[in-house]
Ligand binder design. Structure first.
Ligand code: ATP
Ligand code: MG
Length: 232
């Protein structure tokens, strides 16, 4: 039975894609069949071949995925704004039934599917006659989450708030990864300790700037993935 994990973060540009690339690479290097999926991507680059979803391109190149990047994302928008606004400007709003179908197909093609979110945890995905928030997608797909947070000043607030929001929405949290971590920085060491103490969620790994691999045991990574329990 294939398993999934949802990657969220304390905000946009925190390192979801960077960490996901290393995570999928680590699983594949261990001989596991790991894949990637993202429901909605904004700010895609316009190329001669159409819109290029940069996140999927980065993960596919880092982890050596066989698919073309555009096969890994359901909705690709040109404008670099939240998907709900991008769809208001460009059309083609996110349809949950398409996300479910594409997710199911992605899951069928691998054993460990890593799904990347858009932005932080509070992210409107669709806001017209229908309203869809990011947490609705996570809950309906039945996924647990891994939170990527920046290790620097401000991370206690951002990261602990993110855990509280997920808990309030009844979404499981499997762990936290601190990105751009400087092990020699006393404040960052303390951030790790305080985030764990205040949230009750383990920091399962720290990723230094420029890291080209994850220093996390593969068995621990595998344990973060669960069989999704799809809900309505
Ligand atoms: N540990 C790191 N070392 C070096 N560069 C990093 C690291 N983490 C992130 N970056 C860089 O920071 C930028 C933002 O990271 P990334 O694209 O992974 O963020 P994101 O959370 O996926 O953003 P989005 O919300 O747009 O999906 C990218 O240019 C990425 O290459
Ligand atoms: Mg990203």
């Amino acid at each position: 039975m294939s398993k999934g994990l949802f990657i969220t973060a304390t905000g946009t540009d925190i390192g979801k894609t960077y960490v996901t690339g290393l995570l999928v690479k680590k699983l594949r290097d261990a001989g596991l069949n790991a894949g990637y999926y993202k429901a909605a991507l904004s700010g895609a680059e316009a190329t001669a071949d159409g819109l290029l979803p940069g996140d999927a391109d980065f993960v596919a190149r880092t982890a050596g995925l066989p698919e073309r990047p555009e096969q890994l994302v359901s909705y690709i928008y040109r404008t670099a704004v939240s998907p709900h606004l991008a769809a208001q400007l460009e059309g083609n709003p996110v349809d949950m039934s398409k996300v479910k179908a594409d997710f199911k197909q992605a899951l069928a093609h691998c054993d460990y599917l890593t799904m990347e979110g858009s932005g932080g945890i509070i992210c409107p995905i669709r806001w017209d006659e229908q309203q869809l928030m990011l947490e609705d997608i996570i809950r309906q797909l039945g996924l647990g989450t891994l939170i990527v947070a920046n290790a620097a000043l401000g991370s206690i607030n951002a990261c602990v708030l993110t855990t509280f929001y997920l808990q309030q929405k009844g979404i499981p949290i499997r762990g936290i990864i601190l990105n751009n971590f400087d092990a020699a920085d006393i404040m960052q060491q303390d951030n790790k300790k305080m985030i764990e103490a205040l949230s009750g969620v383990p920091v399962i790994g720290c990723v230094p700037y420029g890291a080209d691999e994850l220093d996390i045991d593969v068995k621990l990574l595998q344990s973060l993935y669960h069989t999704p329990e799809e809900r309505n």
